[in-house]
Design a binder for this molecule. Structure first.
Ligand code: HEM
Length: 445
């Protein structure tokens, strides 16, 4: 018992441990990226945390991401066990799924229909929804948070199911945001007893385990929505009236992809989840950053007025001629990454790195926030300054060796990198250009 929680010799260094708990008692329950970044300054860019008997590694440099997540992606492809995800989706939520045959099939199917070419075919949907976003903002600027969320949800619903959400209050959008809120509450680290660390907690009867009731409720609501939408696609496909949307294509090619009906339903669901609040969070940050740093808005407007002018909307091709707006997109990813700790990976086998031992089953956190807010790499990391990306490819200081950096870092790493990256980038480009072209932003009076 006295060995539980103790850091074994050979592990990367980390904060002092307590018997049984390891670092559990000091593990942050919210905004963990701040604490992880503070610890990186003390223990280095690769350090370990003991979470009871388990081990986690936190990576806070681009070099370690390349070495461990990209080059050794076959070992770091797994996700840590997640009781809540299993209880809610039967292990079929692609984002949280372990490295199973089901995950491989889900991933292959998603990748086949989310290639850069396939994503380009959805651009007309994104441009149309972006036009409504501008209209909504013009009509009711104070509702910008919900307008942007509607945009992102409607794009995903249209791409996946051929069904728009013209209002935030549209039935499917309301149902989605309601269940998503409960789903996030179920997954919130620290909000429930640590079922994954102390497996005996799984056997507590439901009446004393409110988290089990919550999982049941989320499962019911998700299934109603995801399988209801899938049923509509199946009806269309079976009548020979498929609309060309993503899920119609998956239903048509279900056998070729080796997808069961269960997997198909959850694939649609995870893509709405993966594509909605990520895209909207980014665009909300763009608006907030341009409001807080008016000089950047002025410079961006000057550029877009020069290149596009007032008589037409920007088109996706314009972005190649708008280096400052490209820099705003990169700087937004750096300044407030949508997923500051990405999604944790887990190792499938023992690894050795820089002389440290990394046991099988170790959770790996990629501290994207820490990498992008490292004062050794970035001048004044807390300032929103797109010009840093004009001065150098990765926005880093002149003397800093940025050869391990890559622009896809905000989308994760290795074999788990975000499969929606091309769809996402198109949304970010179209809307960032439109918002800067059409609006001034200032704090509320
Ligand atoms: C600004 C927009 C987005 C950002 C910043 C983002 C970021 C991420 C990150 C950090 C991960 C975890 C990668 C890892 O584990 O290393 C991820 C995974 C994922 N994302 Fe995205 N994402 C965005 C948009 C989207 C969109 C539009 C879709 C769907 C079309 C999507 C679907 C997914 C899925 C399914 C996964 C799980 C992949 C897996 O575990 O195999 N994301 N994303």
């Amino acid at each position: 018992l006295s060995r539980i929680g103790r850091r074994k010799v050979g592990l990367p260094p980390g904060p002092p441990t307590a018997p049984l708990l390891g670092n559990l008692h000091i593990f942050p329950t919210e905004f963990a990226h701040y604490k992880f970044t503070e610890w990186a300054q003390v223990y280095g860019d690769v350090y370990s945390l003991k979470i009871g008997p388990g081990t986690a590694i936190v990576i806070s440099s681009a070099e370690a991401v390349r070495e461990l997540m990209d080059k050794r992606s076959a070992t770091t492809v797994d996700r840590p066990p997640n009781f809540m995800a299993d209880a809610v989706t039967g292990g079929l939520n692609m984002v949280l799924a372990r490295y199973t045959e089901e995950w491989r099939i889900l991933r292959r199917t998603a990748s086949a229909v989310l290639t850069p070419n396939a994503s380009a075919r959805h651009l007309h949907i994104q441009r149309a929804e972006a036009a409504q976003l501008m209209y909504d903002l013009l009509q009711a600027p104070q509702g910008f948070y919900t307008h942007i969320r509607r945009y992102a949800n409607s794009v995903m619903m249209s791409i996946l199911y051929g069904k728009r959400c013209p209002r935030y209050e549209t039935r499917e959008a309301t149902a989605f945001f309601h269940v998503q809120h409960l789903w996030e509450a179920a997954l919130e680290p620290g909000a429930h007893p640590p079922v994954d660390l102390l497996p005996f907690l799984r056997y507590i009867p439901e009446r004393w385990a409110p988290w089990k009731k919550l999982c049941k409720e989320v499962r019911k609501l998700q299934r109603e929505l995801y399988f209801g939408l899938l049923g509509e696609c199946e009806d269309r496909v079976w009548k020979g009236e498929d609309s060309g949307c993503f899920m119609d294509e998956v239903v048509l090619r279900q056998e070729e992809f080796a997808m069961s009906r269960e997997m198909t339903g959850y694939l649609g669901g995870v893509l709405i989840e993966g594509g909605s609040d990520t895209t909207s969070s980014f665009l909300q940050t763009v608006v907030l950053a341009l409001t807080a740093f008016p000089e950047t808005l002025r410079k961006a407007q000057e550029e877009i007025d020069r290149v596009v002018g007032p008589n037409r909307l920007p088109t996706p091709e314009d972005i190649d001629h708008l280096p400052y707006i490209q820099a705003i997109i990169k700087e937004t990813h750096r300044f407030r990454p949508v997923a500051p700790l990405a999604v944790p990976h887990c190792t499938l086998a023992f690894e050795e790195y820089r002389g440290f031992l990394i046991p099988e089953g170790t959770t790996i956190f990629v501290n994207t926030w820490g990498i992008y807010h490292d004062p050794k790499a970035f001048d004044e990391p807390e300032v929103f300054n797109p010009d840093r990306y004009i001065a150098s490819e990765y926005g880093t200081k002149p003397a800093f060796d940025a050869s391990d950096f890559k622009h896809t870092l905000p989308f994760g790493s290795g074999r788990r990198i975000c499969p929606g990256i091309h769809v996402a980038n198109n949304s970010l480009i179209v809307n960032t250009m439109n918002l800067i072209w059409g609006f001034n932003f200032s704090p509320p009076h």
